[in-house]
Design a binder for this molecule. Sequence first.
Ligand code: NAD
Ligand code: DAU
Length: 370
Amino acid sequence: MQHVLITGGAGFIGQNLVHAWCKARPDDRLVVVDAMTYAANVRSLEPLITDRRIQFVRGDIGDAALMRRLFDEHHFTRVAHLAAESHVDRSIADPEAFLQTNVLGTFTLLKTALDAWRSSGAIDRARFLHVSTDEVYGSLGPDDPAFTESSPYRPNSPYAASKAASDHLVRAFVATYAMPALITNCSNNYGPYQHPEKLIPLMIIHALEGKPLPVYGDGSNVRDWLHVSDHCGALMSVIERGRIGETYNVGGGNERNNREVVGLICETLDEAFAAHKDLASRFPSCPAASGTGCHSLIGFVTDRPGHDHRYAIDAGKLATELDSRCSVGFESGLRQTVHWYLAHEDWWRDVTSGAYRAWIDKNYGFRIAV
Ligand code: NAD
Ligand code: DAU
């Protein structure tokens, strides 16, 4: 039985990880800490909190006193560190919060964990998993080989630079202080509970509301899509069985360009509306409600500055060393995801109210059709 701290557990991957962890390791004691930024939503965790399967603490990873108190009270032997500012476009508009949380917050958490584990003597059985991104490796050309764990760091956005800095801190803590830490760098996740600022949920929700589908640039940018359930499985393998001090890349093996992804979302919605007649009355503004394809909403807009062209992950080390592989194919995973958003209208309406509208005006207001 482990005492586990999950940071950022009210975010997209965090919520999925908390559920996966409770299912796979019901005897572990989980504490979830989250600052409850705009990106957080605790609704899916409420049944686990009520049943005392997890303990939820609203708090900032940069609050050293709070972090130390949690370590002293709960004697964590596992830390899965996911808390971060995670959206590239927001990092371009307002980078400071990214440095604060992703760099300084990660430093505070690392230092607190190290001090607590040294003083309690738990350092020999403790493990700290730092969850990072493939964006630290920069951008690939169309024919370049996929990123491996030894690809050079070439971050291109303030977000990627802040994650790269946090990875370097983890590496330095391992080398200098023998911190029992591991790093994962993964590709684009998708699935339930993803915040609607990100490509896939944004396009689904805009289509349902009959709003334009804003594809940046010419839509040829490629991402390697990873279903969040596969990512969570990999994280649990790495934290338990990965070698201390090592990095493991996690990827879906599903390279698609943005035009293909948005096109598939449109097709899936058109099919869903044809099969389920009630959808037309629930979402009357969606073109699929009147038999016009959702494709009619696609538009190409001003590109993201510094937009990485392509990410692709070589996940061979994870498969060879830990026998951990992805199982969700992109087409079926995307279909499931579209149906999840259709079935969870309350959730996304809640998340897209208030401050989210101001973000949409800020990020898309200046973009012109290209
Ligand atoms: P998310 O934005 O959905 O969730 C992040 C969570 O962290 C939120 O609940 C937020 O409230 C919390 N948080 C932010 N600042 C905090 C602070 N100072 N203290 C405590 N909590 C704080 O992000 P996500 O998509 O779930 O990503 C989780 C992690 O995985 C991040 O570290 C991200 O860099 C990494 N990652 C994500 C993806 C992806 O495709 N989503 C891919 C690669 C890596
Ligand atoms: O690769 C891992 C990374 O994936 C994570 O580290 C980040 O936290 C996560 O946000 C994601 O970053 P991306 O920038 O790749 O994801 P996003 O969903 O913002 O964009 C995916 C692609 O879609 C990218 O090429 C930009 C494009 N895009 C995005 C939005 C929001 C559009 O064309 N239009 C849009 O409105």
